[in-house]
Design a binder for this molecule. Sequence first.
Ligand code: WTA
Length: 649
Amino acid sequence: MPAETNIESHLIEKRVFKPSAEFKRRARISSFAEYERMYRESIARPEKFWAREAKDLVWRKKWDRVLEWKSPFAKWFVGGKLNVSENCLDQHLHTFRRNKAAIIWEGEPGEKRTLTYQQLHREVCRFANVLKRNNVGKGDRVIIYLPTIPEAAVAMLACARIGAVHSVVFGGFSAESIRERISDSGAVALITADGSHRRGAIVQLKNNVDHALSGGTSVKRVIVFRRAGNEIHMEPGRDIWWHRELEYVEANCEPEPLDAEHPLYILYTSGSTGKPKGILHTAGGYLVGIHSTMKYVFDLREDDLYWCTADVGWVTGHSYVVYGPLAAGATTFMYEGAPNWPEPDRFWRMIEENRITILYTAPTAIRAFIRWGDSWVKKHDLSSLRLLGSVGEPINPEAWMWYYNVIGGGRCPIVDTWWQTETGGIMITPLPGAIPTKPGSATLPFFGVDAAVVDAHGAEVGANVGGKLIIRKPWPSMLRTIYGDTERFRKQYWSEYPGEYLTGDGARRDKDGYFWIVGRIDDVLNVAGHRLGTSEIESALVAHAKVAEAAVVGRPDEIKGQAVVAFVTLKGDAKPKAELKTELRDHVGAQIGAIAKPDEVRFAEALPKTRSGKIMRRLLKEIATGQTVSGDITTLEDFSVLAKLREEE
Ligand code: WTA
C-alpha cells in the first residue's frame, strides 16, 4: 500500500435520505436513472452536452468550436460572442420577468430595497456610462470594494457590460490587501463606499482605500457610493461620488459583444504560502457552467425567492448571489450584515418575513447557529423553505442533521456542494430530486465533471480508501490561469498529474461512489503510519452533545510521528472541565477507533478562521507545537482569538 498518499477512513456514515415523492414530482431531474444517463452523456460527449446547455444563453455570435484543449489551457465556445450583463438583464426584459424582482435586499440597520429586472438594467446601464465617462474601457481592471449591497451587483454587471475586468475585494480586508491586489492586477479604477454596517458599527471602507492608495498606485479614479453616511476624505482629482456622476449620464448603454474567452473577472484567493493568486475567469464558459448548476442543483422555479448568504467578495457571492441567479431570471435575496445582529435570529426573521424558499449557506454559520441554541430558530415560521444548501467546508454529519431537522423541518433536501474559487461553479453535489443524500457527503459529480480519487501514481484508489481529489477533464467554468503568473498556474494545479487538475483536497469514495472530502491534503495527519483526514476526527467530536466546533491538527511526536491535538469550543452551558477532556477522547475512540483518539484536547473560546469562515489549521498547528505564529495571517477574521489561544497554552 503506498502509504504516502492513501488516507484511512474509519467514520462510516450509514444514514441515507432519499428525495421525497413530493420534491421529485416537481423536480427538473427526478430520478437517479435520469441523472446517470445525463452524466454518462456529459462525460462521453462533453461538447454535445455543453453546446446544448449553452443554448440557454443569448449569444451575439455562435461559437465555431465548443472546446479547444491544449493542456493545461482550455478555450470554451471558441469564436462565440456574448455579453454576460445582457444575459443577466436584457434578455429578461422581453419577457414577463421585466417587472419581476431581480434583487431583494436588506441592510443591516433594517432598510429594504427591491430592484426589478427593468430597474436593475437601468442602474447598470447608467453606471456603465459612468465608467466610460471616467475612461474605463474594455480590458481595464477595476477593483470593487463594497459591502453586500445592490450597488455591488450593479458595479460588477456594469464592468461586464463594457468588457472591463472586475476584481472584488472582500469588504473585511485591510488596506494592505487592497494595495496588493491593485498592484498585481494593475487596476485603473476603484469602486467603494464611504462605509458599511457590521454588527452595529461602521466599517470605514473609504478610509481603508485612502491608506491603500497612499504612496501612489495605478488607480486613477475612485468612485464612492454613499452608504453609511460617515464622514470621509475625498481626494480632489481622484475621488468622485457615485450619485453625482449619475447626473451626467443617460440610461442607455448597449452591451459590448465580447469573445467567449474575454476575461470576466479576477478573484484573489490566498494560498497557504506566498502572495494571493489572481484566479482568472472568462465570460462564456463561466456563464454556461454556473447557469447550468443554478438550474439543476437548485432546481430553480420561477416563483422561488433564493438566498445565498455569501458576501459578494467571495466566489460564492459572484457565482451564486449575482451571475448565476440573474442569468437564470431568479429573484436573489441579499443581506448586508452579520447573522447575529441585532439578535441571533436575524436570518430566521428575514426568511419568515420574505418567505424565502431556498437557503444556501456555510457550515461555519450552521455551527454558530447550533451554538446559539434552537430557541432562536423556533421563534420563526420557516415553512416557506423548500431546499437547503451548504458550501465552503465539509459539513459535519451532526451539523447536517441539525440543518435538516431544525431549519428544514425534515422536509427540505440538502445540497452539500463541493467546489472552489478555481472551479468557478459547483462540481460535486446532489441533485435534489434525483440523488439520495448522506450527511457529510457532497455525493456525486455534476455533469461534465470527471472527478477521481487517486494515489501518488495517479491510479484510482478503491472504495473507502482516501487519496487526492483530482479532475481529469476540462469543464466550462474552470479557471483559465493565475493572472500574470502562468508558471504558478501550471505548477500548482497541473504538474503533479500532467493533464489533470489537482484540487488540493483529500477525499475518499464509498461503495456507492459517493465523495467524502476529508480536508486539505496539507492538513492530513500521519499517526503511527496511519494517514488520517482532519474532518473525520472533527466530525466525531462535533457529534458529542457538548461540542460546538472542533479543529484537529498534528504535532510532531517522537514515537507516533504525529500526535493528534484537538481544539474544541463548547456549546452554551457546557463547562470546560478536565473530565470532559477524557470523555471526548473516549468518545472519538468509540466513534472512529483508538488510533484517532486525540493525545491532547484543548478548550478554546473560539477558533481562528478566515474571513470566509474556514478554520485556519495552519495557525493551530503552530500553536500546538509551541511555535510562534508565522506566515500570512492577513485573512484571519478576529485577531483576539489568536491571543486568547496563546494565553491558554
Ligand atoms: C472546501 C468555496 C467540503 C474545499 C466555494 C475546497 C468544501 C475549498 C466544500 C475551496 C464542501 C468547499 N465540502 N469541502 N461542500 N466546499 N470546500 O475557494 O477544501 O473559498 O478546496 O471556494 O473549500 O474554497 P473556496
